[in-house]
Design a binder for this molecule. Structure first.
Ligand code: ADP
Length: 447
């Protein structure tokens, strides 16, 4: 069953059940009130009759007294203790045959005679012989029957009329709910067929859940599209970047095969170039793998870490590998809750860049306040031109391509650094001025 039909069917059915139950309730309540009213009227009559009977003597004809109080369309009976009818008067035809049953403890009973409800009430009376007898007053409720039939008809009609707006509103409800879902289905199937990232139209003033769903869907499509484009860009950049070293390797290998074995200097040059390009390619592939893994949301392992000793441990191998002054400045030991390994990688990238793009000493400073710790890596190199700053964290972006080739850069280091910083909940800021130097700052929360 379609969702629209389900909504339509169940909401209409539910309303019908509610209406029917309400109407049945109204009917029975009215019936009870009508019977109670009739009983109360009859009781007043019974009281008057009881007082007349108490004044009656042996000479009086009891039937005459009873006749004075007989209800129209009914009967009055006096029943003795054995259950035998002592006196009975009737004003309705055939009512003599009617034998009422009143449950013990009940004030009155409603039975049926001739397809008409009949009310019987009883009252103990002291008879002329001093014995207690039962006075029964019986009345056919033709008016009540008529009123109840009329009420039944009215309630049935009201239910039928009420079903018209209910049906219309359930159809409208179905449309309201289904329309955006239909739209969504159409857009999704269109996107699947055409391979595009279609969006759905959402009314600008819409604030309900459907509009929210539409906005969420459009945002998700936008994100998918941008991720796909990024991925495409990445693949195209990566293949382009890998093509260059491969071309170099290929040409040197050809050179080697042509002349290299006869000429040692050519062979040395070719092998050297092949080696350095292979190393560059290996580095690039490692970094690309790192980025790809990061995209799969690598788990970060946060724990209390002594920042000074972590930075010192990162600087140590750099001092040994490069004949350079790596200075560490910072007051005492600061502790932060972070992922030590990821932070070490991040600091390493910044230090390695500082080393690659400057000639003089490199200064690392650790400072902190109540809530944050800042690790600043400063070099006194060429700096980064202002127009390059907005792109500096983009994948494969390099400032001066030729210069960077010499340094063996891939343009992926800072992209990785940015992702690491994001994962650590840290901010990565930079200040640079051409010809003076560059400072990268990692500003991370203590907790
Ligand atoms: P690469 O592998 O080329 O170093 P990065 O993403 O680490 O890639 O850096 C991107 C570019 O930013 C570098 O190619 C370089 O031009 C510039 N750059 C990064 N760090 C510095 C620095 N400390 N000083 C000057 N330029 C820098």
């Amino acid at each position: 069953m379609k969702l629209k039909t389900k909504i339509h069917f169940f909401s209409t059915l539910l309303m019908l059940v509610i209406l029917a139950l309400t109407n049945i309730g109204i009917y029975f309540l009215f019936e009870k009130i009508a019977y109670d009213t009739e009983y109360n009227q009859l009781r007043t009559q019974a009281e008057e009759l009881t007082s007349s009977l108490s004044k009656m003597t042996v000479q009086n004809d009891p039937a005459t007294v009873l006749r004075a109080y007989i209800p129209p369309n009914g009967a009055v009976r006096i029943i003795d203790t054995t259950g035998k009818v002592k006196v009975a008067v009737e004003s309705a035809e055939g009512i003599k045959k009617y034998n009422p049953f009143i449950k013990p403890g009940e004030r009155y009973s409603i039975g049926e005679f001739d397809n008409t409800p009949i009310l019987t009430m009883r009252e103990p009376v002291i008879w002329t012989d001093g014995k207690v007898v039962e006075l029964q007053i019986i009345q056919l409720l033709s008016d009540v029957k008529h009123n109840l039939s009329l009420l039944k008809l009215i309630l049935f009609g009201v239910t039928l009329i009420a079903m018209i707006p209910i049906t219309i509103s359930s159809v409208a409800l179905g449309r309201i709910v289904i329309h955006p879902i239909d739209n969504l289905i159409k857009t999704m199937s269109q996107s699947r067929k055409t391979g595009t990232y279609e969006k759905i139209e959402v009314p600008a003033e819409g604030k309900d859940e459907m509009a929210q769903m539409g906005h969420e869907f459009n945002d998700m499509m936008g994100q998918l599209e941008s991720n796909f484009k990024k991925q495409e860009q990445f693949v195209s950049n990566a293949s382009h970047e890998l093509k260059t070293p491969l071309t170099v390797i290929e040409s040197y290998a050809r050179l080697l095969s042509r002349r290299g074995f006869d000429d040692l200097s050519v062979a040395e040059e070719a092998v050297g170039a092949i080696l350095s390009e292979s190393v560059r390619m290996k580095d690039m592939i490692e970094q690309m793998l790192h980025l790809a893994r990061n995209q799969e949301h690598v788990a970060f392992d946060f724990e209390e870490t002594a920042i000074n000793s972590l930075v010192e441990k990162t600087l140590q191998p750099m001092r040994q590998a490069h004949a350079r002054d790596f200075i560490l400045e910072g007051n005492g030991s600061v502790v932060a809750v972070t992922d030590a390994e990821k932070l070490r990688q991040l600091v390493f990238i910044l230090l390695d860049n500082a080393r690659k793009y400057s000639e003089r000493e490199i200064k690392t400073t650790i400072s902190g306040n109540e809530t944050t710790i800042t690790i600043a890596v400063t070099d006194y190199g060429n700096g980064i031109p202002e127009e390059a700053l907005p792109h500096i964290f983009d994948r494969f972006y390099r400032v001066h391509e030729d210069r960077n080739r010499k340094t063996g850069g891939t343009g992926l280091g800072l992209a990785i650094a940015k992702e690491l910083a994001d994962g650590l909940g840290a901010e990565l800021k930079l200040e640079s001025s051409v010809g003076v130097g560059t400072t990268f700052r990692i500003i991370m929360p203590k907790k």
